[in-house]
Design a protein around this ligand. Sequence first.
Ligand SMILES: [Zn+2]
Ligand SMILES: [Zn+2]
Length: 466
Amino acid sequence: MVLSLFNDLTRKKETFVPIEPGKVRFYSCGPTVYDFFHIGNARPFIVFDALRRFLEAKGYEVTYVQNFTDIDDKMIKRAAELGISVSELADRFIAAYFEDADALGIRRPTHSPRATMYIPEIIDLVSRLVENGHAYVVDGDVYFDVKSFPGYGKLAKQSLDDLLSGARIEVDPRKRHPLDFVLWKGKKEGEPSWKSPWGEGRPGWHIECSAMSMNLLGETIDIHSGGSDLVFPHHENEVAQAEAATGKPFVNYWIHNGYILLDQEKMSKSLGNFLTARQARERFSPFAIRLFMLGAHYRSPISFSNESLRQAESAAARIKNSYTELVNAPIDPTADTSGTAVFPDDALERFDAALEDDFNTAGAIGVLFEVIRTVNQATAGGKSIAPDYRERALSFFRYVNGILGLFDMFGDGEEALAEEVETLIAEREKARSMRDFKRADSIRDELASRNIILEDTPHGTRWKRS
Ligand SMILES: [Zn+2]
Ligand SMILES: [Zn+2]
């Protein structure tokens, strides 16, 4: 496979070549666990999990790390509001993260490190920067000296002066340059703190990702991903502090997803501009949410509205129905194997080709819908399909699902349901052949109560959802 990725470090689409053949070291910035995560954050979680699944489907051994930021100003403020400790707050919203992420079909990362579990590693990294002259200590705080690192601005593609004029930064006379950022914060009363060579304190936000990435994946990794709002300052600072410490490249491919806009006009007023993934999945199926997120190229901005999600729901229903028709189609070894009854040979190849081109999930989903049209034609009106057709179509669906995770929410359930319905149909056939019409009718009624309708055809009994 030749995968190309748009690398924000070079602003070019580049062929992906991992450091070690067959292995991918992949870090994705995770949530700050002070609340339920926003629907906007569901996008990178879903999209980059899908990229991980694709790399795995292509035979790579992927070590996928997504962190939890469990100590920062927001954590401290929220914990105080709720009258609980910062670590209790973190436990609560890490559990909530997994509940929502699992429901949205986001696979669990290989490692989900918490910043507070990496304090010694963070202190070690800050110490290296102080020792080699890239950081300085002022009254128990430690700052990174941006002027000491000539590459500062290489990810954001701006000079120090441009960055400075674009950023709203309070002048702090203790800093050598206004863009110098904090690596370690001296203790304030009532805040959680840890012992360090610079007195008690806690890590700044940026340093945790460099420390955890380097410790879990090595000093240079293959891919680092996140939302485009993280490019500056978070990722710029990650590059600076890691590379100033090691003298090696920190990340070979930096990839960022586009913004997700909440269409306020069309969203309900009460929700305003803040919609958590949890609220979203109360209103829309996880399947539709995934389809919406993966239905656009990851770098394009997308607009989340009731209308766009309604469209995703109906697209999801089309996929489900087609799959159900396929699973239930009568199989006949003598079935017509010409025209629409031939499964498109190149479907899998074209699906992969879209993903290999900068992970174009929109293009891949386009191929899925072409296949769905042909499956619908092949199974229309209860037509029988050849066993070979069924096998190839099902294996296409399974492959697609392994990467896009679209049917995880109904896939197994659907097959189990199909099996159960088939068993009941067989039982009904038997009852009818024994003229036990009471039993046969009760089976029909039971299925009807579950919105399943039976149709008796010359080829046997078929079923569908009402
Ligand atoms: Zn990051
Ligand atoms: Zn990060």
